[in-house]
Design a protein around this ligand. Structure first.
Ligand SMILES: [Zn+2]
Length: 300
């Protein structure tokens, strides 16, 4: 597949040029940076950071933000340079040291099984290799800047915090499947899926019973409106996040049940409508109905 590689390289090169051209519009530059982060290799990111080092950033209106972002990516690429590699082709797994190889093999198996399960539900089977990176908690927090309650993240790559993971296999497997679900939903519907639905689907695909969902709702005294969970959960406290995840899981569960095999088309449709309600209306319900049901499950 030399041609495929060649054209991918050329596309990356064009993205790099767009991202590093200080005459580009700010929004185009950041768009190109995001694309590079999603599609690019560490080498591509590293090369771009070097290019920025040579090209003066002076005169670019958002110079401090650009510098900060590039410095973070440079450090990340440097960190990854010392990592070990594993995986099976579908998943490229990177990890910090040889002592984690057995863990990486285990995670590879969990991903493989989940890929087919989730693939069947979403009717989507991503063909490109998905990168999965295992970090110690410290490096995970550095790289993802996630809140301290998070153990996994997906930003085009799956990033997992695996400190102490061997002693708690079930919890690790849950996080692995959760992040894979994000990756596969993203492949199916790259835009338009609100954070609460993304999270709710990811929780729903996690293996095992989830008694915490019903318990959390039962103990919550007020509902967080789904619309305020549209962009993400990272600003929430650990307790608020717990409620947000429980609400999302129940809401997504109801959508999955009502839509059945229509779920993938519904998710894809969100890209053009950017409105969950617009997609749900043909199934005879709206997010207001979901919220009513959530409220009914909460502490009176
Ligand atoms: Zn998530």
């Amino acid at each position: 597949m030399v041609f495929g590689l060649f054209s991918k390289d050329k596309a990356l090169q064009r993205t790099i040029e767009k991202a590093t051209n200080k005459l580009s519009q700010q929004v185009d530059r950041w768009g190109a940076l995001e694309k590079l982060r999603e599609d690019g290799t560490d080498e591509a990111l590293f090369g771009m950071c070097k290019r920025w080092g040579i090209t003066s950033l002076k005169g670019v209106e958002d110079e401090p933000e650009m510098r900060e972002q590039l410095e973070r990516w440079r450090k990340e690429a440097q960190l990854h340079a010392g990592f070990e590699h594993g995986g099976n082709g579908r998943f490229a797994i990177m990890f910090e040291g040889p002592e984690e190889r057995a863990l990486a093999d285990h995670i590879s198996g969990v991903l493989e099984t989940a890929y087919w399960n989730i693939g069947q539900r979403l009717n989507t089977y991503p063909a490109s290799t998905l990168e999965v990176i295992l970090y110690t908690q410290r490096h995970f927090t550095d790289v993802t800047r996630s809140p301290d309650w998070a153990a996994g993240a997906y930003d085009g790559r799956i990033r997992l915090s695996v400190d102490g993971a061997l002693s708690n296999g079930a919890a690790l497997d849950r996080v692995v499947v959760h992040e894979l679900a994000h990756a596969m939903v993203h492949t199916l519907a790259p835009r338009g899926v609100p954070a609460w639905l993304h999270e709710g689907l990811a929780v729903s695909f996690e293996p095992g019973e989830k008694p915490w969902v019903v318990q959390t709702l039962g103990q919550a005294s007020s509902m967080i409106p789904l619309d305020s969970l549209k962009s993400g959960f990272s600003g929430l406290s650990s307790a608020e996040a717990q409620v947000a995840y429980a609400e999302s899981a129940v809401a997504a569960g109801m959508i999955m049940k009502r839509l059945g095999p229509n779920l993938p088309a519904f998710l894809q449709g969100l890209e053009s409508t950017d409105s969950v309600d617009a997609g749900l209306v043909s199934f005879g319900f709206t997010t207001a109905d979901l919220e009513r049901s959530l409220r009914a499950q909460m502490r009176k």
